[in-house]
Design a protein around this ligand. Structure first.
Ligand code: G3I
Length: 341
């Protein structure tokens, strides 16, 4: 964060509430957070699945511990998220919920109650919210549906209500639409779908301030520099279109999947760092981009290992610090990209 501040930017990370994990209760992880971060986000603890175990019950204990750490350490705090527009990642009870004779009314009540309860509890301690996470189907660019959005009368109406409720309940906060459309070639339909969604928000006057670029980037092979150069044009066209509509940008979940890179650690770490540097240089060239958050600081706890193991089963190395909490070339690459932006 110290290198980010001179350019008016902030570095930060996700953390969890697991005592032995990527949490403030793990002294070694807490030391990394203190050394590098000006802004924090909970990896899971604010999601509906965690915060709202039943329609009429909230459980804030795990997220409160994270929020208290941020307050004690004078770090900013982002809220992730107030609505995840994916059936799979919303609570099971929601898909089975009886929306009754007036489903739209009941769905709107549930959504408003959720957003108002969360935003009022944390007040100005949370300065920025991923109000909506991942509403676009990557393969087609279409909008995702859930039981909630179907009951409410459609995805657009649901997302609009989420943003309007958040603006009214937390007028101080930055309101973000967050998604993982990235710069690699397989993402064209996803990017087009996100642009259509953002255009719709503007047309309807929906209060959305920024696009969250998750930035789970993926290397394609041992020579990462040429592929990165090839991605740059499409990425700039996308970011130009987003910023032309008046949206700010932020990097919300940065990490690197080391696909196709040699298993040998030094070469792999160098490939990851070079690829990351290229991505950050292009993306940070957009002046409104002030926040860069990593999705975890330490390889030991990254979600990528369990979710998407390397075909050769070598442990993934997606984060700025390795399994022993030692800084990697990626750490230096992020610091230099921020210092030179
Ligand atoms: O805590 C339980 C544990 O008790 C249980 O034994 C274990 C068995 O499955 O599951 C544990 O919970 C897991 C949780 O992560 C904590 O590690 C869940 O199964 C698992 O689904 C959950 O995954 C999270 C995922 O979002 C879904 O919520 C990842 O940690 C988290 O990194 C990931 O983050 C997402 C962002 O929210 C949105 N953008 C993409 C990003 C990466 O997928």
């Amino acid at each position: 964060d110290a290198v980010a501040r001179p350019i008016g930017a902030r570095f930060g990370s996700a953390l969890s509430s697991r005592p032995q994990g990527a949490s403030a209760d793990n002294p070694r992880y807490a030391a990394l957070l203190r050394a590098d971060c000006g802004v924090l986000v909970a990896e899971n603890e604010m999601k509906w699945q965690h915060l709202r175990p039943a329609p009429d019950r909230f459980d804030f204990a795990a997220f409160d511990r994270i929020a208290d750490f941020a307050t004690r350490e004078h770090m900013a705090l982002r809220g992730h998220n107030l609505l995840w527009q994916r059936r799979k990642w919303m609570p099971r009870w929601l898909e089975a919920h009886d929306f009754g004779a007036r489903p739209a009314t009941e769905a709107a009540r549930l959504l408003r109650e959720h957003i108002e309860t969360v935003t009022r509890r944390y007040g100005t301690r949370i300065t920025s919210y991923d109000v909506v996470n991942e509403a676009v189907t990557p393969e087609t660019g279409a909008l995702e549906e859930t039981a909630l959005s179907q009951a409410l009368g459609g995805t657009e109406a649901t997302l609009d209500l989420a943003f309007r409720t958040a603006r009214a309940a937390a007028p101080h906060a930055e309101l973000v639409y967050n998604d993982y459309m990235s710069w690699e070639p397989g993402n064209a339909a996803h990017r087009a779908g996100v642009l259509r969604l953002l255009e719709g928000f503007r047309r309807r006057g929906t209060p959305v301030d920024a696009l969250g670029l998750q930035s789970h980037i993926v290397t394609a092979g041992s020579d990462t520099a040429p592929s990165a150069r090839a991605y740059e044009g499409e990425w700039r066209r996308f970011l130009d279109a987003v910023t032309a509509m008046g949206y700010r940008l932020l990097i919300t979940e940065f990490d690197v999947r080391d696909n196709g890179l040699p298993v040998e650690v030094a070469a792999r770490d160098r490939g990851v760092a070079d690829y990351a540097r290229r991505y950050l240089d292009v993306t940070l060239s957009y002046p409104g981009l002030r926040d860069v958050l990593a999705w975890g600081l330490c390889d030991r706890f990254s979600w990528i290992g369990p979710f998407e193991p390397r075909p050769d089963k070598a442990p993934r190395r997606p984060c700025p610090y390795d399994v022993d909490y030692c800084p990697k070339p990626l750490h230096a690459a992020i610091a230099r990209a921020l210092a030179e932006a």
